[in-house]
Design a protein around this ligand. Structure first.
Ligand code: NAD
Ligand code: UD1
Length: 340
């Protein structure tokens, strides 16, 4: 059986990807330091798939532990690297934490790829590398713009590290540039569990509907968009997870056209904040308490994916609508909060 290492495999996107990998017949080993996840996620994965992935609690910043891990598991055919810190605001306040956690972990893993002859590497990148796009929808040939946060900068630097490493070795790597992942597994056994006050739109909406937050703030209604609120491309986390399986297969079967490739992973459809709010109310029959407030500093106005390359070259397409995703997010929130 093909063995895959999934770092950050107990996190939000990682856990959904572990499920899809196991469903596709891969043997999975998870590394996670539980800094933003818990062991209960492993139970959810096992309940869904009926298969028990190997789990190693390791902090990937500890180089000696990373080496020990690869000494023990010498039959790994590919790595999907999710482990990272991801809060944009926190990265502005504590840049060194972000540069250390997001870059040293990547470097140690790539050194292991060299030393243990692992040639297939999938990386979690983000549409944040594009900044404010010059044209929409945005495709992979668009320029990478100067990052507005240390978090965004780590994604840009990581892509450069991967590209440079591919030039001097047999490493093959795909960076998947995620648009806005939302939603949860249909079973409601795994989903997104933000620590503290959610910074992202959809968890804030579901927590408001569940009564944990008084009111959703809509950050601005005076942008040059159809209804004045910002536009994003919301992608169901299960569709996103499936893109990793397809990307990994592409590398394992040597179907890649370059040693380093990038793909946009989105739906191709832009939705405004107010459209998301309205869709949530309609699909869940929940009235949402919200208020228009000032713009949030650093927000791009509008970004959504040109998915042609992912559709045609990768052979992957998002199947779920934004409404499907919102319903699964709400079902997950209800399950977590014991709401009938
Ligand atoms: P998450 O925080 O839910 O998952 C990350 C996991 O990695 C967590 O379980 C955490 O405990 C673990 N981790 C962090 N640092 C580690 C370390 N040093 N050693 C071992 N484990 C460590 O985040 P997510 O939303 O699942 O994001 C996964 C990846 O996708 C990240 O690289 C993130 O930057 C990227 N990404 C996320 C989004 C998004 O909106 N969620 C968008 C674009 C890109
Ligand atoms: C944020 C990150 C981005 C990261 C992405 C996915 C910032 C500036 N950017 O993007 O780097 O790749 O998450 O993790 O943080 N909104 C509200 N009210 C809220 C929350 C959000 O109106 O309470 C609006 C925002 O203004 C935005 C949209 O909802 O227009 C989506 O916001 P969010 O979920 O935070 O994602 P991004 O800003 O796209």
């Amino acid at each position: 059986m093909r063995k895959v290492l999934v770092t950050g495999g107990l996190g939000y996107i990682g856990s959904h990807t572990v499920v899809e990998l196991q469903n596709a017949g891969f043997e999975v080993v998870i590394i996670d330091n539980l800094s933003n996840s818990s062991m209960e996620v492993l139970d959810g994965i096992i309940e869904i798939t009926g298969k028990i992935p190997l789990f190693e609690k390791i902090d990937l910043r500890q180089k000696s532990e990373v080496i020990q891990f690869f000494e023990k598991h010498q039959d790994i055919s590919g790595i999907i690297h999710f482990a990272a810190s991801k809060a944009v605001g926190e990265s502005v306040e504590n840049p060194l934490l972000y540069y250390e956690n997001n870059l040293s972990t990547l470097i140690y893993l790539l050194q292991a790829c060299n030393n243990y002859t692992i040639e297939n590497f999938i990386f979690s990148s983000s549409c944040t590398v594009y900044g404010e796009p010059d044209k929409l929808p945005i495709d992979e040939s668009a320029p990478v713009k100067k990052a507005t946060s240390p978090y965004g900068n780590t994604k840009q630097i990581s892509e450069e590290i991967l590209n440079d490493s591919c030039k001097v070795s047999n490493l093959k790597s795909i960076a998947l540039r995620y648009f806005n992942p939302i939603g949860a597994h249909d079973s409601s056994k795994i989903g997104e569990l933000p620590l503290g006050i959610p910074q992202n739109l959809v968890p804030f909406i579901t927590q408001t509907a569940a009564g944990l937050r008084d009111q959703l703030s809509v950050f601005g209604d005076d942008y040059p968009t159809k209804d004045g609120s910002c536009i994003r491309d919301y992608i169901h986390v299960v569709d996103l997870a499936k893109a990793h399986v397809v990307a990994l297969e592409r590398l394992l079967k040597n179907r890649n056209s370059n040693q380093f490739e990038t793909f946009n992973i989105g739906t191709g459809k832009g939705s405004s904040v107010l459209e998301v709010v309205n869709a949530f109310e309609k699909i869940t029959q929940q009235k949402l308490n919200y208020k228009i407030v000032d713009r949030r500093v650093g927000d791009v106005i509008s970004v959504y994916a040109d998915t042609k390359k992912a559709n045609e070259v990768l052979g992957w397409k998002a199947e779920n609508s934004m409404e499907d995703s919102l319903l699964s997010s709400w079902n997950w929130e209800k399950k977590v909060r014991n709401i009938k």
